[in-house]
Design a protein around this ligand. Structure first.
Ligand code: GAR
Length: 188
């Protein structure tokens, strides 16, 4: 079994796609063993409860430094034997402690065709720019914002002017690409 840990800060629709992928077998021989969340009350925690996934909720402000809370997270992941870390709307830059201990095993999903439109508002930024081909990127994580070698991408062509419709299309593309990509990564 490949043991996955998902980091999220918000709604957790990608968390749910991954958990459901494990349950259905679309991600073969894998399970989500931990959901790490830096926001008490985030909806992802309800989704995790529904899937019976253990959660690790923490408040970064209660720690002296990023290294301190990342040490706590990495210790927990060590104890569960985590094989692959999937960032899914975790709105923090990964620091040295996690990169030193889990480097090369951390991947992130971003709702744009990187290296264009990194950051917390990739869809809105691309929309404001007047983009005609949007997309989704999954990449290995390094110390930079939405940086690291690209693993997979999918284009989402859209020429309309309804951002909610666009967001729904991009999120659907994210869920499909994350499941397919994790399923491929676990065979590497
Ligand atoms: C997703 O669209 C993900 O790509 C984005 O946050 C959203 C989380 O949605 N991540 C970034 O923008 C990273 N820079 P979810 O909580 O419903 O999975």
């Amino acid at each position: 079994m490949t043991r996955l840990c998902v980091f999220a800060s918000g709604s957790g629709s990608n968390f749910e796609a991954i958990a459901e992928g494990c349950r259905s077998g679309a991600i073969a021989d894998s399970e989500v063993v931990l959901c790490v969340c830096d926001k008490a009350g985030a909806y992802v925690l309800e989704r995790a409860a529904r899937y019976g996934v253990e959660t690790l909720v923490f408040n970064p402000k209660e720690y002296g430094s990023k290294r301190d809370f990342e040490k706590m997270i990495a210790d927990k992941m060590d104890s569960l034997g985590v094989d692959l870390v999937c960032l899914a709307g975790y709105m923090r830059i990964i620091g040295d402690e996690l990169l030193e201990r889990y480097g090369g095993k951390i991947v992130n999903i971003h709702p744009a065709l990187l290296p264009a439109f990194p950051g917390a508002h990739g869809i809105q930024d691309a929309f404001n720019y007047g983009v005609k081909v949007y997309g989704v990127t999954i990449h290995y994580v390094d110390a930079t914002l939405d940086g690291g070698k690209i693993i997979s991408q999918v284009a989402v062509p859209y020429e309309g002017d309804d951002i909610e419709e666009l967001e729904a299309m991009i999120h659907a593309a994210e869920h499909k690409l994350y499941v397919e990509t994790i399923n491929k990564l676990r065979n590497r």
